[in-house]
Design a protein around this ligand. Structure first.
Ligand code: PMP
Length: 415
């Protein structure tokens, strides 16, 4: 291994090391990246979310005000006065925590209200809420699928879905490729008890949308169920922000609608919206729900209010889409490769890990906060800078970012 230029890719080849040896090597890698000022993870903000944030520079220790292109808080709801006020009232009324798991004393009236609100918002019969989106996906799948069953996954689905399929058989199909999906289904035939296709509505690293209309049609033909993870679609996609099923006119027609409250909803936690029978089963079968303390009162009330805001303030979504169109057009004009991004998530695909790290450092110095996304999160040849937009980015913020991206792209031979 070339110690002059260690990379994350080198680290993941070290399969033979025990855990402490591995930790030592990883530490060495992180120190090496720090020395080069290439470590742009876990940068510390000293104030809450928003399109511009005060960040403590990891190297100089100075506070920098940066244009923040790293939030999933697409509609800037974490700072919405009504969302904050609803949380404050609940905090005072119910206290700081729920005090117990939902089945054994932790359930509050506001939890039930939120479950009903989510079900109505997603056009489903019932819903169940979890304290994390990761836990709702993984816990639901772990409880539903076993060795007699099969999960048919788009190869880019979120890690929480993959982890949820550890108890079952897994077949992958090529990303958003319906021929590949159909060919997997043909091979699977009737060999399994339950066949479940799981996809993301919007892909978190690529920003493209699943062709849910075709997926539902193919699933019907082969007797498979469909689960869609609406983490990045909720609040953003569809006329009313209800997500991918609304976008494709499929509300109430997707078997399992999963999602998180942690992105456009501006809170924390996850949900599963489906029929009332499956929701009842999950209450008693899903270990990440049953054995985990119920959502805090503040988060619960803030999320319910955020869903109201998503419905009542469509101008936020319109401003977000305005920004998306503007940023996309300009990045494309500069000659950057954005894959098939169609939403607020922008991957600038570069390929070379070192160039990604160097560009991120350049952008950091220019007060633009972006994230490097590297192997193994994405294939090595698709190493990228990931950016995401919010409705409250102004054209000045976006122009500042575009100017810095242009300069960095030219400096490192990317455009
Ligand atoms: N699904 C997708 C597609 C995600 O991007 C994420 C968050 N990174 C999750 C699930 C997990 O959600 P949470 O952060 O709320 O646990």
């Amino acid at each position: 291994m070339d110690s002059a230029n260690l990379s994350f890719s080198d680290f993941f080849n070290m399969h033979d090391l025990d855990i402490m040896e591995k930790a030592n090597k990883y530490y060495e890698l992180l120190e090496h990246l720090k020395e080069k000022q290439h470590l742009h993870y876990k940068r510390v903000a000293i104030e809450g979310s928003g399109p511009v944030r005060k960040i403590r520079d990891s190297y100089s220790g100075k506070i920098k005000e940066m244009v923040y292109l790293a939030s999933n808080d697409y509609l800037n709801l974490t700072r919405h006065p009504k969302v904050i006020e609803a949380g404050r009232i609940a905090l005072e009324k119910y206290g700081a925590g729920a005090g117990s798991v939902p089945l054994l004393g932790g359930t509050l009236d506001i939890h039930i209200e939120l479950e009903e609100r989510v079900a109505a918002f997603k056009g489903c019969e019932a819903a169940i809420i979890y304290t994390s989106g990761f836990g709702s996906n993984s816990g639901t799948l772990l409880s539903m699928l076993h060795k007699e069953d099969v999960a048919i996954l788009d190869m880019l689905v979120h890690a929480s879905i993959i982890d949820g399929c550890k108890n079952t058989n897994v077949k992958f199909f090529k990303h958003n490729d319906m021929d590949s999906l159909e060919s997997v289904l043909k091979k699977v035939k009737d060999k399994y008890r339950t066949k479940l296709i799981a996809v993301d509505g919007v892909y978190s690293m690529d920003g493209d949308i699943a062709p849910l209309d075709k997926i539902v049609e193919i699933a019907k033909k082969y007797g498979a169920y469909v689960m869609v993870d609406e983490a990045h679609a909720t609040g953003v996609i569809g006329k009313n922000g209800r997500g991918t099923p609304e976008y494709f006119n499929l509300e109430g027609k997707v078997d399992i609608v999963a999602g998180t409250f942690s992105k456009a909803v501006g809170g924390v936690g996850g949900f599963i919206a489906t029929n009332k029978e499956l929701v009842s089963l999950l209450n008693f079968y899903s270990r990440t729900y049953m054995f985990s303390t119920a959502m805090t009162p503040q988060a619960t009330a803030s999320i319910t209010e955020a869903l109201n805001v998503i419905e009542n303030e469509p101008d936020r979504r319109e401003r977000l889409w305005d920004n998306i169109r503007y940023f996309k057009k300009n990045l494309e004009n500069l000659g950057f490769s954005l894959g098939n991004s169609e939403t607020a998530i922008f991957p600038v695909i570069i390929g070379d890990e070192l160039k990604v790290r160097e560009m991120c450092r350049y952008l950091h110095d220019a007060d633009i906060y972006v994230n490097p996304v590297l192997y193994p999160a994405v294939p090595k040849r698709l190493s990228r800078i990931r950016m995401s937009l919010m409705c409250d980015h102004t054209k000045e913020h976006l122009d500042k970012a575009l100017n810095a991206l242009e300069a960095a792209g030219k400096k490192y031979g990317v455009i």
